[in-house]
Ligand binder design. Structure first.
Ligand code: COA
Length: 262
């Protein structure tokens, strides 16, 4: 389908989703949240797509996503606020549970809902001019798309609570020191670096990548013994796959594996 506020491109097994509201630093209004939900629902079902890159389209100033659209938030009633939070959380859950890695290429401001989107991705790369933060409290509101939960889990409670309660922005280098982003590149190198990572992902067994993601993500909410049991079940399950036989045989025959995702 056609989109107005996002762009969806496919480069063989890699899909690139760009948020495109150039005049508003790619802020997420409801229409954009809906388009992103439609796009990621499509990508989840599309077996040809094995990795997704999420980034911000060209804007007035370098921006990944500068947050939820403040003009819309300013009008909301309590019930609308709750509905909006559930909808944004739903999109973040969809991204986190896509079954294929999503790489956030953070190319500028990633604030509020923008950082929350990036937090739902599996790998985060940032350009040197990126600025990341949860400034909601400076507006008298709280993060509502998962930020109060995913940020502490990623960087630890201490630094997360500092960001959440001060609303201050971090630059890319500081974000990398705290593990909020995996690495930092010059702005012109960001998309090449994201494509290079995506190429490494799509060379691997798609079923293996999916189950490894599922094991790691699901294990976070389980006691260790249960999570290890789940991992063992998936490890056993994948032994039934053609991909496992192909991957191991290719190693033994000193050739490149040809995975089929079965
Ligand atoms: N929602 C709606 N519009 C936004 C926006 C948001 N989250 N962030 C930026 N914009 C709009 C601005 O209103 C402005 O629109 P206008 O030109 O029609 O007035 C345009 O994007 C450019 O932003 P501007 O503030 O002029 O750019 P700047 O370079 O001076 O500052 C920021 C950049 C990111 C520091 C500043 O825009 C900002 O603080 N944005 C809000 C960030 C935020 O609090 N996000 C969390 C929301 S819950």
């Amino acid at each position: 389908m056609g989109f107005t506020n996002i762009r969806l491109e496919r480069e063989e097994a890699v899909a690139i989703v760009s948020v495109c509201r150039p005049d508003k630093l790619n802020a997420l209004n409801d229409a954009t949240l809906e388009e992103l939900t439609t796009a990621f629902t499509e990508l989840k079902a599309d077996a040809q797509v094995r990795c997704v890159i999420l980034t911000g389209g060209e804007a007035k100033r370098p921006a990944f996503v500068a947050g939820a659209d403040i003009a819309e938030l300013a009008q909301q009633t309590p019930l609308e606020g709750k509905r909006r939070s559930h909808f944004g959380q739903g999109l973040c859950d969809l991204i986190e549970n896509l079954g294929k890695p999503v790489i956030a290429a953070v190319n500028g401001f990633a604030l509020g809902g923008g950082l929350e989107l990036a937090l739902a991705c599996h790998i985060r790369l940032a350009s040197a001019d990126a600025r990341l933060g949860l400034p909601e409290v400076t507006l008298g509101i709280i993060p509502g798309y998962g930020g109060t939960q995913r940020l502490p889990r990623l960087v630890g409670l201490g630094i997360a609570l500092e960001l959440i309660t001060t609303g201050r922005m971090m630059d890319a280098e500081e974000a990398a020191r705290h593990g909020l982003v995996n690495s930092v590149c010059e702005p012109a190198e960001l998309m090449p670096a994201a494509r290079k990572l995506a190429a490494k992902v799509v060379a691997n067994g798609p079923l293996a990548v999916r189950l490894a993601l599922e094991s790691a993500l699901r294990g976070r909410s389980q006691p260790l013994a249960e999570a290890l049991g789940y991992e063992a079940n998936l490890f056993g399950f994948i032994s039934a796959s053609a991909d496992m036989r192909e991957g191991l045989q290719a190693f033994l025959e000193k050739r490149r594996a040809e995975f089929k995702g079965t």
